[in-house]
Design a protein around this ligand. Structure first.
Ligand SMILES: [Ca+2]
Ligand SMILES: [Ca+2]
Length: 326
């Protein structure tokens, strides 16, 4: 039931120093992903999927189509909950307080499955943005971005070797009067008690009038739940800074399912980054949680021609506990 589920001696940090080549020939375009997987009951798994990059400027490429930080106190006029649970306001439980003393990502308000305590059992409810919007053209790279923090209860044992499904959440989209469909991973367990920022590609819905929702589900067990803030639809091609030492923050990188954050580390390799003051880490201040599985995902970039020897280089430090503590 604790919102913080840290365990073991776990940490990983990446302070990148990414090479650059400038061959203009376009080869392939795809994101680099940095993954961490720690599941105590499974064999140790840790992987990095590393690819290549071209040059980029030190910018974040975001033109905001619309955004909502919930801080004006009128969020209930823009969002509604189809079957309860969701609230917009100033939480008294959940994430640790920010610099302004609020348990939000920004300002004093966010949306959550419970401002003052754990969510109830056996719920299924969406937080729905009332206004529909037309998704920009695919060549504008439309994407949904938001900050969230979650701690969902795991399955409950029902006896005779049977467990219920536990709690989870996902982002959904509805085209016109169609059915809701998921556009995010299914979020389970926790973000390791940190706020993280996904990026959800909306290009498949370009030109369509859509609504978005945050869909929450609980079974028997309860927990503090899901907190969402700074929801935005943005356009413009994501920029990969090269090299990226994360001194400008997350920039156009995104986090798949929590745990990864960018900033000044206060735990890990001598409590500092390899270069500058910032790095990317599986929790900047302390251990990552149990049973998380999440990628730190780069902006898309174009891989230079093979005759220019494109390669990815980075500095990293890791301390990852695997099965049986080995
Ligand atoms: Ca806010
Ligand atoms: Ca750095």
């Amino acid at each position: 039931m604790s919102p913080v589920k840290t365990s073991k001696t776990n940490d990983m940090m990446v302070s990148t120093c990414l090479f650059m080549t400038t061959n203009p020939l376009l080869q392939r375009q795809f994101p680099a992903t940095f993954g961490v997987n720690d599941q105590p009951l499974n064999p140790f798994k840790f992987f990095l999927i590393l690819v290549l990059l071209t040059c980029g400027s030190h910018l974040r490429a975001e033109t905001v189509v619309w955004q909502d930080n919930f801080d004006d106190g009128n969020g209930d006029n823009r969002w509604f909950s189809d079957f309860g649970v969701w609230q917009i306001g100033s939480p008294t439980v959940g994430p640790r307080t920010n610099a302004a003393g609020s348990r939000t990502f920004s300002g004093s308000h966010c949306a959550t499955t419970g401002l003052n305590g754990n969510y109830p059992s056996s719920q299924d409810s969406r937080l729905i943005r009332i206004a529909s919007f037309t998704v920009p053209n695919a060549n504008q790279n439309p994407r949904l971005r938001f900050w969230h923090w979650y701690s969902f209860a795991g399955p409950a044992y029902l006896g005779l070797g049977v467990y219920d499904e536990g709690s989870y959440g996902s982002v959904e989209i509805k085209v016109g009067a169609g059915n809701w469909q998921p556009v995010s991973p299914t979020y389970v367990r926790s973000t390791s008690a940190i706020w993280s920022r996904p990026s959800i590609d909306l290009a498949p819905f370009a030109g369509r009038s859509v609504q978005i929702a945050f869909h929450f589900h609980s079974a028997a067990n309860r927990d503090v739940g899901w907190y969402v803030d700074d929801v935005a639809v943005v356009t413009d091609a994501p920029v990969l800074n090269n090299p990226d030492g994360f001194e400008s923050g997350l920039s156009d990188w995104s986090v798949e399912s929590g745990t990864w954050e960018v900033g000044v580390p206060t735990s890990g390799p001598g409590d500092r980054a390899h270069g500058g003051t910032n790095c990317a880490a599986t929790v900047l201040a302390g251990n990552y949680a149990s049973s998380v599985d999440s990628r730190l995902i780069s902006p898309s970039f174009t891989v230079p021609a093979s005759n220019s020897y494109p390669r990815l280089r980075f500095w990293h430090w890791h301390s990852i506990e695997c099965r049986n503590g080995k």
